[in-house]
Design a protein around this ligand. Structure first.
Ligand code: SF4
Length: 284
């Protein structure tokens, strides 16, 4: 199919300048590449949460599912387990993934579910007009924090590393090559892929001037080195004047949740058959 058909005719209601456009563009290019490499769009499913980001499910012409707030990961897990041939991509916002859905995110990583999580992290609840989220910076002034947030943001990359994610990367919406590369590699990775995407909310949290001088591409970093990955994910403390690395921080191959499950199911299946046979014998 033609590349342009990945964008639907649905009316786009994102604000001008919103970082979600860049993620949509990157995903469209990645999907086009997947199709060229023989992965039919029918075998790709996108699961969205609730928030501005989730409208991407309307704008991209692939199978998609709107889940409820914070529940993208269990929905995606169910889809993947039901049909392991599908490539399942979760798009979730920072509020969606790190607040309402935090426990689900941790368990998807812990279980190494073979899905790709793309987090649209603009560090604010945009759809509900500007409340702080778990990644809003200390001092952020919004509708729910008019005097400024007095909580430190947490570090989702570090959390994912501790939780067992087997692919951890960061992209930025104004660095399109890196963004597309880490999304594609995340989809190709067998296991739980976590792609943190820093984007701006043009209306409620435009951090372009903060991000611009700090971004750099990880070069010479060995993503197989866990200890080094620990250092790298901590390099940027959100409230300090540190550099912000982009690229793959950590990657390791491990059996997936689905592989474990199918192995148990096949064992369980034999037990079940013999148990049924015994019951039938006792009835005869
Ligand atoms: Fe984008 Fe923010 Fe507008 Fe939502 S409110 S569409 S995140 S710019």
């Amino acid at each position: 199919m033609a590349e342009e058909t990945f964008i639907t005719g649905a009316q786009n209601t994102w604000c001008p300048g919103c970082g979600n456009f860049a993620i949509e563009f990157a995903l469209k290019n990645v999907l086009t590449g997947l199709e060229k490499d023989g992965i039919a769009r029918e075998n790709i499913v996108l699961v969205g949460g609730i928030g501005c980001h989730a409208k991407i499910a309307d704008y991209l012409g692939i199978n998609s599912f709107y889940s409820i707030h914070g529940r993208t990961f269990p929905v995606a897990t169910g889809i993947k387990l039901a049909n392991p041939d599908l490539h399942v991509i979760c798009c979730a916002g920072d509020g969606d993934a790190y607040a309402e859905g935090l426990d689900h995110l941790i368990f998807a990583a812990k279980r190494n579910v073979d899905i790709t999580a793309i987090i649209h992290d603009n560090r604010v609840y945009g759809l509900t007009t500007g409340q702080y989220t778990p990644t809003s910076y200390m001092g952020f002034k919004g509708k729910s924090t008019p005097l400024g947030s007095f909580e430190e943001p947490f570090n989702p990359m570090e959390l994912m590393l501790c939780s067992g994610a087997t692919y951890i990367a960061r992209g930025y919406t104004k660095k399109m090559d890196t963004l597309q590369r880490v999304i594609r590699e995340g989809i190709d990775h067998r296991g739980f892929s976590f792609v943190e995407v820093l984007q701006i909310c043009a209306t409620y949290n435009n951090m372009t001037e903060y991000y611009k001088p700090r971004m750099y591409d990880l070069e010479g970093h060995d993503p197989a080195d866990f200890e080094r990955a620990c250092e790298k994910v901590r390099e940027w403390d959100y409230n300090r004047d540190a550099r912000i690395g982009l690229g793959v921080f950590y990657q390791v191959e491990k059996p997936t949740f689905g592989e474990h499950l199918r192995e148990k199911e096949s064992l369980g299946g034999k037990d079940l058959e013999s148990a049924i046979a015994k019951i039938l014998e006792s009835k005869s």
